[in-house]
Structures are given as C-alpha cells and as structure tokens.
Design a protein around this ligand. Structure first.
Ligand SMILES: Cc1cc2nc3c(=O)[nH]c(=O)nc-3n(C[C@H](O)[C@H](O)[C@H](O)COP(=O)(O)OP(=O)(O)OC[C@H]3O[C@@H](n4cnc5c(N)ncnc54)[C@H](O)[C@@H]3O)c2cc1C
Length: 432
C-alpha cells in the first residue's frame, strides 16, 4: 500500500523502505535514488512523499535517560506519545510539543516543530542537545548547537532533505502535575483578540481558535486558551482511549453550512468573557488526537492546511486582510488557529518568526488553490512565510520570498551531494 501524508493529498505510487539497523539503512542508500525519510506521516502536505520512502518509525528504541538533568536519548522513530507514556508518570514533560503527540522525534526535528509556548520556549530544536545524521555518503555525523553547526541548522526545519536523523538527545522539563490550569477568554473581534494575546503573554501556553467565517464587526473573534501546569503532584497519566473515524466521509458532508454551524456552536458554547477550568494534558495539548483518523472527515479527495506567519508589526493589518478574504470566499475552515510567536532561531528553514501565525484546514475542492494563491500574495505583501510541514502547493517564487536563507540551504545540499539522493515532491516543486 502506498504511503500518504496526513492531508491524503496528493496520492502517488511509492515504495516503503523500513529499516531498524544502520546496516539496513546503508543498503537502502546504496541501492536507491529519490529517497525521503518518513516519520509517522503527520505532515499535511508532500514533504515526506517521494518515489522511495525511508520509514524511520521501526527504528525506535529508548537509549538512555539521565534522571538528574532530564536528558533523554532515543532513536528517531520513537513517538512523542511513547515518551509521554513513560515520563509523565515520573514528573517529566516535553519542553516543546506540537498539537499532536503522534509524531516521531525525527519528524519533530526535521520540521523544527513548535507548540503553544513558542513565545517563551522557541522551537523543538531548542531542546535538542545533539542528533546523529546519516548523510547520502553513509557517513554518520553528530550535529549540535556547537558541533557541525551548519548541518544542525540545515537539518532542523530541513524537511528530511539533508539525510536521515538516526537518534537524538533531547531535554525534558519537570512538571508538578498532569493537569493544566486553563483560562479561556472570549473575544468579540480581532482587536480584542490581539489585546487578549498581549495581556496574557506571560502565560507559558497560549492558543486561540478563530471563527474564520465571522464577518464585519465580528471578524477575528476567538476563544483564547492560556494556561500552565498545576502543582498538585498528581502524575498519574493514562492516555485517553480514542474514537475512530472508520472510513472517508462523503465529500458533501463538509460544506459552507456545516462549517458555519460548527463555528457558531463552538463559539457559542462559552458564555462568559473569562472562564477557568482544570484540564488534563491530552485535552489541553492534543485535543485532535482523541479522534483516530479524523482526517477522513474531509472525504477521499483529502484536505490541506494553510499555515502562515506574519511579523508582529504587520500582523494585525495582514490578518485582517487575510481573514476578510477567506470570509468573503465562503471557504470556511472549522479549524482555524491563531498563535503568538517569539524570536526566530538561526536555522535556515525553520518556520517561526516573531509575530502571529494563522493555520486553517481546507478540503481540496474546485477554486481552493486560486484562493490560496490570492492569500499568498497578502502573506508576501505583509512580509510573512508559509509553513513547509503543512504545505502542498506553494510556488517556488512565493516560498523563496519568505525564506531568505534558501540559497545557504541549497549550497549545503550541493556540498554534501544531498540533492542527488534526497528529494521529495515538495523539494522538487520549490527547487530545493
Ligand atoms: C493534528 C496535528 C497537529 C499539528 N500541530 C502542529 C503544531 O502545533 N506545530 C507544528 O510545528 N506542527 C504541527 N503539526 C505538524 C507535525 O508536527 C509535523 O508535520 C511533523 O513533522 C510530523 O512528524 P512525523 O513524524 O509524522 O513526520 P512525517 O510527517 O512523516 O515527515 C515530516 C518531515 O520530516 C522528515 N523526516 C521525518 N523523519 C525524519 C528523520 N528521521 N530524519 C530526517 N527527516 C525526517 C520528512 O522527510 C518530512 O519532510 C501537526 C500535525 C497534525 C496532524
């Protein structure tokens, strides 16, 4: 069976090449071209798709843990969910985690993922002490913030185009509870949304759900959730069992009306301007993981996520323009997420810059890519960029305008002959 991305679009014929030992991987490299590593397929677009796919997930042993420092060494196929199952009961948590725990450590580094705390904790690479990378030549290089720095900066956020991350040492953080004390703030428009983000920016975690179909005076209204871990010493973590979507929904189920209805109900379920509650780790960090295969609700044609970020000084004006364009198009997304980000790091292709990011899911349908092309022009106008881990269609020109270090990345790929072995549909499209 062919491997797919989380968006189930595009579909292509490919050959899965799993490995568990270094020797297996060397043989794969010796005998194939057009290779790309694949973690758990949670990237939405075509960054992990190629003719020949190196499956890293079977390479998944825990190697070492230092209980004094929280330093954990694992093979790259280990899932964040597996780390949490072992370490939350011992009082440890990930320093940076995205909105799903069903990704591999290798995938977290290759996309340099971020979470609800980017404004104070940065990207996943900030908690990586080192990783070992297998180059196309078969050489294994240890990369860190101080060793082989260029390879480190290219691989963190490098979308698997520098080689295979074999194992990594990451630092965990201590927590005093499995619960998060959450405050929800309901806002009536974009101005109030920005004011709320700024007011609560000292909270370690924050994320807002935006009603992207709201218009006029209600444009940009949201539910902002902020919070931090409690202190009750309760670490008895039992991951929640999952509901499952057993098959692809027919394409007509998600349409303008159902999305509008969902948005009204979701926004309307919170009555107070400010409310407080205690929620567990899975509810706060990973709400979507509670429904297995939720990507099937978009039907067999699949979907894509459009995630962009704008520099802080342009964020308000830019988001107003982007949200108005979406609202007018009527192509709603019932998952529209707004986040605040802190300073960018030095990695060549990491997505975050200081500002605000908006992420929206859209089912693949007629007219969608025309709308996204229109949004791209606004993103460029306001000095922003598009997240490669979610992307499936951005043009080379738009990509390059957002990422000024692209040429440095390309030069490094040539220096190590990476471009001769490692390519994805995405890297071919945007000329990496
Ligand atoms: C519900 C949901 C919520 C999400 N929330 C967030 C979020 O909040 N923040 C965020 O940043 N991202 C988020 N993501 C995106 C996700 O975290 C990234 O796409 C992540 O990279 C997926 O990891 P994976 O292991 O599934 O890798 P894949 O999707 O299989 O691969 C992703 C990329 O990593 C490369 N890669 C994978 N393993 C290796 C390896 N061992 N060596 C070298 N390269 C490798 C691949 O070639 C590919 O380019 C979310 C995704 C979902 C489905």
């Amino acid at each position: 069976m062919n491997l797919t991305s989380w968006g189930n679009y595009p579909r292509m014929e490919n050959k899965a090449l799993p490995f568990t030992s270094i020797k297996d991987l060397e043989t794969i490299l010796d005998h194939h071209e057009n290779l790309i590593p694949y973690g758990n397929g949670r990237s939405y677009g075509d960054s992990a798709l190629s003719k020949n796919i190196i499956q890293v997930k079977p390479h998944n042993l825990f190697l070492d843990f230092d209980d004094a420092t929280g330093q954990l060494h694992v093979q790259a196929g280990v899932l964040l969910a597996e780390i949490l199952e072992v370490f939350v009961p011992r009082g440890w948590f990930l320093k940076v985690t995205p909105g799903t725990k069903l990704i591999t450590v290798g995938g977290a580094i290759a996309s340099d993922v971020h979470g609800k705390n980017h404004h104070n904790a940065g990207c996943f690479s900030e908690c990586v002490e080192f990783f070992n990378l297998m180059l196309p030549s078969g050489d294994i290089i240890k990369c860190s913030h101080t060793d082989n720095v260029e390879l480190f900066r290219a691989s963190c956020g490098g979308m698997g185009l520098t080689g295979v991350i074999l194992d990594a040492s990451i630092s965990l953080k201590r927590i005093n509870s499995k619960y998060i004390n959450q405050t929800t703030i309901k806002t009536g428009n974009l101005k109030e949304t920005f004011a709320a983000f700024e007011r609560y920016q000292c909270e370690p975690y924050s994320v807002a759900w935006i009603d992207c179909l709201a218009k006029d005076k209600g444009l940009g209204r949201c539910l902002l959730m902020v919070g931090d871990f409690g202190k009750d010493g309760n670490h008895s973590y039992h991951p929640k069992s999952k509901l499952n979507i057993p098959f692809n929904f027919p394409g007509f189920v998600l349409n303008k009306l159902t999305v509008k209805l969902f948005n009204r109900l979701y926004y309307g379920k919170v009555f107070k301007k400010i409310s407080k509650q205690q929620v567990d780790i899975d509810t706060f960090f990973y709400p979507l993981d509670a429904i297995g295969h939720w990507n099937r609700i978009y039907g067999k044609n699949g979907f894509t996520q459009y995630q962009i970020i704008l520099p802080k000084e342009n964020s308000y004006e830019g988001l107003e323009a982007i949200l108005s364009t979406i609202s007018k198009s009527g192509k709603g997304s019932f998952l529209a997420v707004l986040k605040l980000y802190g300073k960018a790091n030095n990695n060549y292709l990491s997505f975050p810059i200081e500002g605000y990011s908006l992420a929206l899911d859209f089912k693949i349908e007629k007219g969608l890519f025309e709308l996204l092309d229109q949004l791209d022009q606004l993103v460029i106008k306001y000095g922003g960029r598009i997240y490669l881990a979610k992307d499936v269609r951005v043009s080379r020109a738009v990509f390059e305008q957002g990422y000024p270090q692209t040429d440095t990345f390309r030069a490094l790929r040539h220096q190590y002959h990476m471009h001769e072995k490692f390519n994805s549909l995405q890297s071919t499209r945007i000329g990496l």
